[in-house]
Ligand binder design. Sequence first.
Ligand code: URA
Ligand code: SF4
Length: 208
Amino acid sequence: MIQEKVLEFKKLEDEIKSCKKCELWKTKRNYVIGEGDYDAKLMFIGEAPGREEDLQGRPFVGSAGKLLTELIEKVIGLKREKVYIANVLKCRPPNNRDPNPDEIKACTPYLIKQIELIEPSFIVCLGRHSARFIFELFGLKFPSLTRVKGKIFKVITSHGKSIHVMATYHPAAVLYRPLLKDEYVKDFEKIAEYVKEKKKEKTLLDFT
Ligand code: URA
Ligand code: SF4
């Protein structure tokens, strides 16, 4: 990894750790910046930290995180540390309420910077809020999560790089409605298929 990227990440992380751009910093315990490989090809984007994440300062470490980690490792076959996991909001909304538009507007420049630095080739949006933000960011229509769910879209970034984007359920939604699990696993199998195809190409080492 190039040193410049590490420094830029450090700068960004320091900036987030003192952020007061919306009211959520007052009620949070810890900022949850995101974690994983700065060179990850696969990036997962959730909504906002929950109770456990807020306590630990790490993304997806509660029960939804356990399901996500299991699917990344067992279905996709990658170690959790080899992907990058972030959220739309870096601070927990009180009682896990939905993020409001002002909070999303204030916080998402950080997420955009994370995407720019990591340069993933595949972004998986977990849940409606993440999907809406990412689809709009890349100029994709977002009629509803149901309409786009499980489909892979290809977009070209302003830097001329191609990125694949897929939206699926938030793992907490699947825990709440276990009947969604089979469909959820199928979406992760599609991601696994993509990773397998990429591994066959010259990017062999990128995903391992
Ligand atoms: N839900 C999210 O959207 N993100 C987390 O980090 C944990 C739960
Ligand atoms: Fe800053 Fe984002 Fe936390 Fe709001 S949610 S205080 S914008 S880091």
